[in-house]
Design a protein around this ligand. Structure first.
Ligand code: MRU
Length: 349
């Protein structure tokens, strides 16, 4: 399985996801500025992976710092804010930056070299932990699927969106490994085509049977009785189970409810934002009109047409059958059960 991000001791090498599937090219990010730009432009994307990239970006900022010790904290916070401003919706970005900030504060009394080592080590841990978390999500999730399941997914919540293995695709991967997946339906995911370009490529690399459809075909495929479960990733899950994910996810959840098909979200705890009460509070990123008006520089419409381009939507918790996490599957009532999950975690269980 291809690594979406590699730390080579000096810089992070990011697999440029804008060039997939045509070219497999790694770009090097040596600073917080370069990392923030790679996140903004979707060279690196997917909620857990942008958190991982940002953690390395912040560690690199301290590694590169050459001013006086008195200026270090200001510089650290400037880099943290720059990275935090790269994209607004995925809470994993802020989760990772806050974890880095705690390490900074716990180690700032040490020598600068020790501080650098602590920060780089934390970023490396976040990456390594994420892969294990996804494997655990995979094994809890695969238990929900029966033999010969046909699973529909949107966007890319795979190895390419995480440290490796994937969340929604992690479940599919684990289930396929156990002979349970006969077909994956990949929605192309307009306008950036993460489904068509990334999910299809990633699954085909692993020889997992995948069929590409346009987003508007999902309802028909369900009506034909050819979908047994929908599994999507998440960018932010609020305390009541409302879930922000790639635009089009909400439509799939409504369609799945109508057709009595289970609709699952697969995500790590770092995607759950218990500081937000409901999905109404989630900031939804709006991206450039050009993503809709053009495809690889070719005009698709009247150039000066008005466009609305939200990158995410919010699926109400009521439409979600279960949230698959690294510690188990959370079911309704979400407010109560998400709280219980976090209480168990706080208690060290
Ligand atoms: O805009 P993107 O490509 O970063 O959006 C990604 C998604 O919506 C994913 O489903 C989500 O981040 C979960 S990735 C494990």
């Amino acid at each position: 399985m291809i690594a979406p991000l590699i730390f080579n001791g000096e810089a992070i090498e990011i697999l440029d996801q804008n060039r997939l599937p045509d070219e497999i090219v790694y770009v090097s990010c040596q600073s917080a500025e370069e990392t923030a730009a790679a996140i903004r432009t979707l060279q690196v994307r997917g909620a857990p992976l942008i958190g991982i990239a940002a953690a390395f970006g912040l560690a690199l900022a301290v590694r590169n710092f050459s001013g006086t010790r008195g200026q270090l904290e200001e510089d650290f916070l400037k880099s943290k804010n720059l990275l935090a401003a790269a994209r607004p919706t995925a809470v994993n970005l802020f989760w990772a930056l806050n974890r880095m900030e705690r390490v900074y504060h716990n180690n700032k009394g040490q020598g600068i070299e020790d501080l650098k080592t602590a920060l780089l080590g934390t970023a490396e841990n976040i990456l390594a932990e994420d892969i294990k978390i996804n494997q655990s999500i995979g094994s809890f999730g695969e238990g929900l699927l029966g033999q010969n399941s046909r699973v529909l997914t949107i966007c890319n919540a795979g190895a390419l969106a995480t440290g490796g293995y994937g969340t929604a695709l992690g479940v599919i991967r684990a289930a396929h490994h156990n002979g349970k997946v006969s077909q994956v339906w990949a929605c192309e995911t307009r306008p950036v085509l993460q489904g068509a370009r990334l999910t299809v490529w990633e699954l085909m690399q692993d020889k997992i049977p995948v069929t590409l459809i346009t987003d508007s075909m999902a309802g028909y495929v369900m009506q034909l009785g050819r979908v047994d479960a929908v599994i999507a990733g998440a960018d932010r899950i609020t305390a009541n189970g409302d879930t922000a994910n790639k635009i089009g996810t909400y439509t799939l959840a409504v369609l799945a409810a109508y057709h009595n098909i289970p609709f699952y979200i697969a995500a790590p705890h770092s995607t759950i934002d218990i500081t937000m009460d409901s999905g109404r509070q989630i900031p939804i990123e709006e991206r450039s009109h050009l993503e809709i008006k053009q495809l690889r520089g070719i005009n698709l419409t009247v150039p000066d047409v008005d466009v609305f381009n939200p990158a995410f939507d919010v699926t109400p918790g009521q439409l979600i059958t279960g949230i698959i996490t690294e510690t188990g599957v959370i079911k309704a009532p979400f407010r109560e059960n998400i709280e219980k999950h976090f209480a168990c975690k706080r208690g060290g269980k």
